[in-house]
Ligand binder design. Structure first.
Ligand code: ING
Length: 303
């Protein structure tokens, strides 16, 4: 059996004033704990290097760009890659990516998959950008991902690494069934999904008490309906006055939660994930070749 020991490294709040060097030190501490528990791979949250800056309205592009990484690894993040290589552990990391493409600066909400040798084996750029584009002062806090990021241009990829087929997504992507199905159709056996989820959702505050329920609902459904392991990792806690959901979890292909964080701070939870167990679903109830009827699903893509 292809057993992978996986760590979900949840982060507590990152202060606006916290430097990348300070954050990387927290990431390295969690990576060492993961190694001590025998992990082959450890997953960090979305935008794991800085505070969740889309909660504020910035006009000045130079000020916005300060939240982005121009190179990965860069001077402040190289120690994390070096530590991973030294320990022989892979990782998933979410960060804000600023890159020159087509002669112009491009801004993406990005995640990478790094293998045990410290090599970047996969990159994903967030497709489903939630929130809004203009300043909406009626909100207790903003959610300006549509302003600061472009829609990801890499699609939902799958990579053969870590003795399996791995996939990635980011935060709001996990609410959309299409995310998991596009990964599942590529045979993905484990998907890493970092998130920053405010407990308060200004457009529908009567759903605030359901944030935890909705988080696990979509992760568990996605895992079960595509026979894949899912590692959902939060940036949690009261970050610059905004309460962020924790409850990071490792979900089995059956949809069961096999590990979950119980704090809203830096916390590692781990699980032994047998990638061969995906076959229990992919060869039976969700055997796409036998049972799936794409001809009847045209509306999903054509509209
Ligand atoms: N955050 C939130 C998320 O999708 C959100 C935005 C919160 C949407 C609650 C709907 C309800 O978890 C990010 N970063 O996508």
């Amino acid at each position: 059996t292809r057993k992978l020991i996986v760590g979900a490294a949840q982060l507590g709040p990152i202060a606006r004033s916290e430097t990348r060097t300070q954050v990387v030190a927290r990431l390295i501490e969690l990576m060492r704990e993961a190694k001590a528990r025998g992990c082959d791979v450890v997953a960090y949250p979305e935008l794991a290097l800085t505070t969740f800056f889309p909660r504020w309205f910035f006009e000045d592009q130079a000020e916005i760009d300060q939240w982005f990484e121009r190179e990965m690894p860069g001077p402040e993040t190289r120690p994390l890659f070096d530590e991973a290589k030294k320990l022989g552990i892979g990782f998933y990391l979410g960060y804000a990516e600023l890159v020159e493409q087509g002669g112009a600066p491009r801004h993406f909400n990005t995640a990478i998959l790094v293998d045990k040798s410290g090599a970047i084996v996969g990159k994903y750029r967030k497709v489903h950008l939630p929130g809004h584009r203009e300043h909406e002062p009626w909100r207790a806090f903003q959610h300006l991902e549509k302003r600061y990021f472009e829609r990801g241009d890499l699609g939902f990829g799958a990579w053969r690494t870590m003795n399996g087929i791995m996939g990635m997504a980011l935060c709001n992507d996990r609410r959309w069934p299409e995310t998991y199905r596009v990964l599942g159709l590529q045979g993905v056996e484990m998907a890493f999904i970092g998130y920053n989820t405010p407990m308060h959702y200004p457009p529908v505050p009567e759903h605030d008490h359901l944030q935890g329920f909705h988080n696990h609902l979509v992760l568990q459904a996605g895992a079960y309906q595509n026979g894949m392991w899912i590692v959902g990792v939060a940036k949690a806690g009261k970050e610059e006055g905004c309460d962020l959901l924790g409850q990071s979890a490792i979900i089995a292909p059956t949809g069961e939660i096999v590990a979950m964080c119980s704090t809203v701070e830096d916390e590692l939870v781990t699980a032994v994930c047998d990638l061969d167990r995906c076959r229990e679903l992919k060869d039976n109830v969700f055997n796409f070749g036998l049972h799936r009827e794409p001809e009847t699903y045209r509306l999903i893509v054509d509209t």
